[in-house]
Structures are given as C-alpha cells and as structure tokens.
Design a protein around this ligand. Structure first.
Ligand code: HEC
Length: 96
C-alpha cells in the first residue's frame, strides 16, 4: 500500500513538472512580459511625455510594434531579441 501511493505521488509530480513546457498558449505572453519588463518598461512607463507610454503602445497593432523594433526607432533597444521575443512583446502590449 505504501509503495503504491508513493508511485502515484511521483507520477503526479512528473506531470506537474512537465506542465510548463506543454502550456504553449501561455508562453508567448509571459515571455513578452519578461522582455518588456527587462527592455522596454523603463522608458515606456517613465511618464516622460516624449516617450509614448504603455497605454499608447497598446493601441498599436502587433505588426507596428514589431516593425518599430525591426528597422524602426526601437531597433537599438531590441538588439539581441529574437523574432519570437519581438512577437511576444507585441502580443503582451496589445493583448493579441
Ligand atoms: C531608452 C528608452 C526606450 C526604451 C528602452 C524603449 N523605448 Fe520604445 N520608444 C522610446 C521613444 C523615445 C520613442 C519615441 C520615438 C519616436 O517617436 O521616434 C519610442 C517609441 C516606441 C514605439 C512607437 C514607434 C513608432 O513608430 O511610433 C514603439 C512601438 C516602441 N517604442 C516599443 C518599444 C519596445 C517594444 C521596447 C522594448 C524592446 C522599447 N520600445 C524600448 C524610448 C524607448
């Protein structure tokens, strides 16, 4: 009896550990939030009127945000980000 419940416990633990990798639908948004906080937030939530603030960025399309980072004015700020990272930030900001 004891052995049996230990094995069941190990099986559930295995499932729980595997879950983050399988939650593909959530992954881009959380990665986007991470990138945003690390690379963008400092300026885009600064309250500085010369910088479009987060609510302004949220009204853009994801494609416009990606374009700003890919040849647009935000290219230097997005240096080193992968296309997936840029897409993830755009999705995080716009909510789609
Ligand atoms: C050093 C401060 C700074 C950082 C860091 C920064 N931005 Fe910006 N961002 C600005 C400023 C200033 C503008 C306005 C630029 C302009 O109008 O030419 C701007 C404009 C934008 C725009 C609008 C561009 C347009 O074409 O109108 C987008 C979208 C944007 N930023 C996204 C981002 C994203 C995403 C990140 C993180 C990868 C980021 N920014 C990081 C300062 C910053």
């Amino acid at each position: 009896m004891r052995m049996r419940s230990t094995w069941i416990g190990a099986g559930l633990l295995g499932l729980a550990l595997a879950a983050p990798g399988t939650g593909a639908a959530d992954a881009p948004v959380s990665r986007g939030e991470e990138v945003y906080a690390a690379r963008c937030k400092e300026c885009h939530e600064s309250g500085d009127e010369r910088v479009p603030q987060r609510d302004t960025l949220a009204r853009k399309t994801p494609a416009e945000i990606v374009a700003a980072m890919t040849g647009g004015p935000m290219t230097p700020m997005a240096e080193g980000l992968t296309p997936e990272d840029k897409q993830a930030v755009a999705a995080f900001l716009t909510g789609h």
